[in-house]
Design a protein around this ligand. Structure first.
Ligand SMILES: [Zn+2]
Length: 549
């Protein structure tokens, strides 16, 4: 099958294309060089006047796993509401079915999404749910850092090499794309009634600090050659004054690569009469000094959502704000914990209004957009379906001012937003959601439109209202197949889970098996994702990417 897209204005930062008119050629699902004048195309798509980009990549969105399913179970009434509404209502969140998740991402031109919180004991559930999400490719980050085995190894002064093997084994066994650390040690300390946990606090019974856990796992990821650096959810999420925590964490990275997740929730000062202020400028000033750090924002947008996180300290601290008033906290197999708390972000709330402004300030103050990524930490800051509105907010200063007028008046006095007149270009949007996102995750086969890349392509109809433009792509191709036309799904395909398989010494499996036999309610055999039949040949379900070594 040979086809071409002709006449489009191409935005592809990997090739420095900033709206140049270029034809794109596709053969058997892959982008190829111009095959010359004398070939016959099976299909020619005339995209004259349209904007053409690679398929977008969401690097941090909770689309599968135990928390997501628990949120679905906790909020059945939202599911009913949703069923009664049109598909384009960005009402509720994690309770969407797997089908909705795939369709809604595809309609906006997204073709790859990374689930950032796969508890290893829950990996099989995550992969089964991801296998049920149509069209998009997926990937998941395995969580370590509060698990009993790692903390025991650290307490027993295991070598870095042993830790590396345990991390390597975990990444293999869970078929992960990278490693996530959530409030390192905090969820474990919570079980000893600790309710606040900082970078240098010690996990009771184990005698190891959060910093030590974090640095050990960061080094393991680096030494195993995992392309995506350790993905960190810092301590003190949501706590006023926590900008100090995130700056200390950047320092703790010691010059090695580290990714900080949903940093808006850490850009908080404690100035003002309410003891809550924006520290976005301070945070971005610090970020400038650490070129080894990347981050995603975790933008808040107003409306109903549900917060889900493995950070049980943070989730428990906000359970009284649950709206509607019901919540869940859990712990699984001494491996990790978490909580589900429904929440409504209100324009009339000072705190919520300031959170909204802080996220936007961070984007607008970023000097190097290739290290800053678009997320709402779906569903924690807002559902992912709100991305088009976020693009509009960043691309349109006047629209930003109009929105600012409608939020709590005290916020207007406390934010820099009026003075930040920057408007993002289509090129910068393509950089942050495509080429830089692919590089960050080590996915070399996507995020660009160069020959050899998979033909994941999004085509948009230009519109001054960027929200309308990005809400419904004119066309989306997945592996060369047309899957969306004028915002409607026209084909249902199955995507693949993206993985990495770093080298490690397999003898660590003995240690892990002993631990499972002693303490787990399931056997190691039940745990391994590899052993499961996905109703799809293995090479069709998983796509493995290269490690550095
Ligand atoms: Zn998250």
């Amino acid at each position: 099958m040979l086809s071409k897209l002709t006449g489009g204005r191409v935005y592809d930062p990997a090739q420095k294309f900033d709206g140049e008119i270029r034809d794109i050629f596709i053969q058997d699902g892959v982008i190829v060089q111009n095959p010359g004048a004398n070939v016959r195309f099976d299909t020619i798509y005339d995209v004259t006047g349209k904007v053409v980009m690679a398929g977008a990549i969401d690097i941090h969105s909770h689309i599968a796993g135990g928390n997501v399913n628990t949120a679905r179970l906790l909020l059945p009434e939202q599911h009913r509401n949703h069923m009664a509404r049109r598909l384009n209502q960005p009402f509720a969140t994690a309770k969407w079915s797997t089908t909705d998740t795939g369709y809604r991402y595809a309609r906006m031109g997204y073709t790859t999404v990374v689930e950032p919180a796969m508890l290893p004991v829950n990996a099989l559930d995550v992969h089964l749910q991801m296998a049920d999400i149509p069209i998009i490719d997926t990937g998941a980050l395995a969580i370590l850092g509060n698990d009993d085995l790692l903390l025991r190894l650290l307490r027993d002064k295991a070598s870095q090499a042993q830790i590396n093997d345990y991390v390597g084994w975990t990444l293999h066994a869970t078929r992960a794309l990278g490693l996530k650390v959530i409030n390192a040690g905090g969820a474990n300390a919570f079980k000893s009634n600790v309710r606040q946990f900082d970078l240098d606090d010690i996990v009771p019974d184990y005698g190891v600090s959060s910093r030590q856990i974090l640095q050990t796992l960061q080094r393991a990821t680096y030494e195993l050659g995992v392309p995506h650096p350790v993905h960190v959810h810092c301590n003190n999420l949501g706590v006023p004054g926590n900008v100090e925590t995130v700056l200390a964490t950047m320092e703790a990275a010691q010059g090695l690569p580290m990714h900080l997740a949903h940093v808006q929730f850490y850009a908080y000062g404690k100035e003002g009469t309410r003891g809550f202020s924006s520290a976005a400028a301070q945070l971005m000033e610090g970020f400038r000094r650490f070129p080894n750090i990347s981050m995603d924002v975790g933008q808040v947008l107003f409306g109903q959502t549900v917060t889900i996180s493995g950070d049980v300290i943070a989730q428990y601290s906000r359970h009284q704000d649950a709206s509607p008033n019901k919540w869940v906290m859990w712990d699984a197999e001494c491996e990790g914990s978490g909580g589900v708390v429904p929440y409504r972000y209100r324009q009339t709330s000072f705190v919520n209004g300031l959170q909204w402004a802080i996220g936007l300030e961070m984007f607008l103050l970023a000097e190097d957009p290739s290290r800053v990524f678009f997320t709402t930490d779906h569903p924690n800051g807002a559902p992912f379906t709100r991305y088009p509105q976020l693009f509009r907010l960043l691309m349109d200063y006047q629209y930003r001012l109009e929105c600012l007028e409608s939020i709590h008046p005290d916020v207007i006095a406390m934010t820099l937003l009026k003075h930040l007149k920057k408007e993002f270009s289509l090129y910068e949007i393509a950089l942050m959601t495509r080429s830089a996102a692919a590089s960050l995750m080590g996915l070399r086969d996507r995020g660009h439109l160069m020959p050899g890349g998979i033909a994941d392509i999004a085509v948009y109809t230009p519109n001054d209202n960027k929200e309308n433009m990005f809400n419904r792509a004119a066309m989306v191709f997945k592996n060369g197949h047309l899957v969306v036309r004028e915002g409607d799904i026209v084909a249902r395909l199955s995507g693949k889970a993206q993985t990495i398989l770093p080298d490690y010494d397999a003898s660590i499996r003995r240690t892990v098996k002993l631990h499972f036999d002693h303490f787990y309610s399931l056997s190691l055999h039940n745990f391994m994702v590899d052993d499961v039949d996905f109703n799809q040949p293995d090479q069709q379900r998983f796509r493995s990417h290269d490690c550095h070594n």
